[in-house]
Design a protein around this ligand. Structure first.
Ligand code: UDP
Length: 265
């Protein structure tokens, strides 16, 4: 039986594609992303939680990747993370362009919701820190309403001197299983890295503007906008002040193109 060469080529290509799909880490501009679905992340985090393993979770979008490119200290800090989740369609698209596709976008907000569900089921100790004073109050009220079995061991707004060790000392005393830090990057990851070096267990994650969303201060894009993967555009229209932050995106695309070219040679 004769099998055409082109058929073999197609099969080999598909195999190589499968192998790449199996890659557990996908590196984009030096940042090693964990190639897992939201469900896989939550499974792993659940296991670590119940084995009392200290965990630093980062959810990184293109802005974070670009910031890490220009700031060595921040880059090194990200390298201490136990997991880096691909937050944003830009990361997923870049991974496809580089030929090492990431399975799916894992928004930080959704990981936070999943972790809160786990905390509710397991009656875990949770600390919330970040956002403006009235927003953190509203966030806590929402958490109590939606996840009544969470043991809220403490909360605080995010406008204090982040270099002051007093807050870390206070949080440590409550022995949280999870700590959500919502200061925006790079502040939240810097604070977490200081905090984690002083404790033996718990999951710590920076969740950016998630308390603003959970409290109802800002709205997530409607479902159809999310499914079109243009949530970033929706946010930009709602909050034009984000323009400056987003202006790194063309540079991100340019860098991806450069990485792709380098890998080809
Ligand atoms: N935030 C905070 N402390 C700060 C700065 C910001 O708690 O010193 C909070 C802010 O209120 C918001 C979240 O961090 O809830 C994300 O803020 P923003 O979107 O300004 O940060 P970015 O994501 O732009 O870095």
């Amino acid at each position: 039986m004769r099998v055409s060469l082109s058929k073999i080529n197609v099969q080999q290509k598909a195999c190589r594609m499968d192998e790449r799909m199996m890659q557990s880490k996908v590196t984009i501009l030096g940042i090693p992303f964990d190639n897992m679905t939201r469900k896989d992340f939550l499974k792993e985090l659940y296991i670590r939680l119940n084995h009392d393993q200290k965990t630093f979770l980062v959810t990184a979008n293109p802005e974070i990747v670009m910031y890490a490119q220009d700031n060595q200290d921040y880059y090194e800090l990200l390298m201490q993370a136990d997991f880096i989740a691909p937050d944003g369609i830009g990361i997923v698209k870049a991974s496809h362009a580089l030929g090492t596709p990431i399975k799916e976008r894992v928004p930080g907000f959704e990981l936070m919701l999943g972790l809160l569900e786990i905390a509710d089921l397991e009656k875990k100790n949770v600390y919330f820190i970040g956002a403006e004073e009235d927003i953190i109050e509203r966030t806590i009220a929402k958490v109590k309403e939606k996840w009544p079995h969470i043991n809220i061991v403490g909360y605080h707004h995010g406008y204090f001197n982040h270099a002051d060790p007093e807050m870390i000392e206070k949080v440590k005393l409550t022995d949280p299983d999870m700590i959500f830090v919502a200061f925006g990057f790079p502040r939240q990851e810097k604070w977490i890295s200081n905090y984690l070096s002083q404790v033996t267990h718990g999951i710590a994650v920076g969740v950016g503007g998630s308390f603003d969303v959970l409290s109802g201060k800002t709205k997530r894009a409607p479902g159809f906008v999310q499914s079109l993967h243009i949530e970033w555009l929706y946010r930009l229209i709602k909050q034009p002040s984000r323009y400056k932050r987003m202006s790194v995106l063309p540079k991100f695309l340019q860098e991806i193109y450069k990485q792709k070219k380098k890998e080809k040679n």
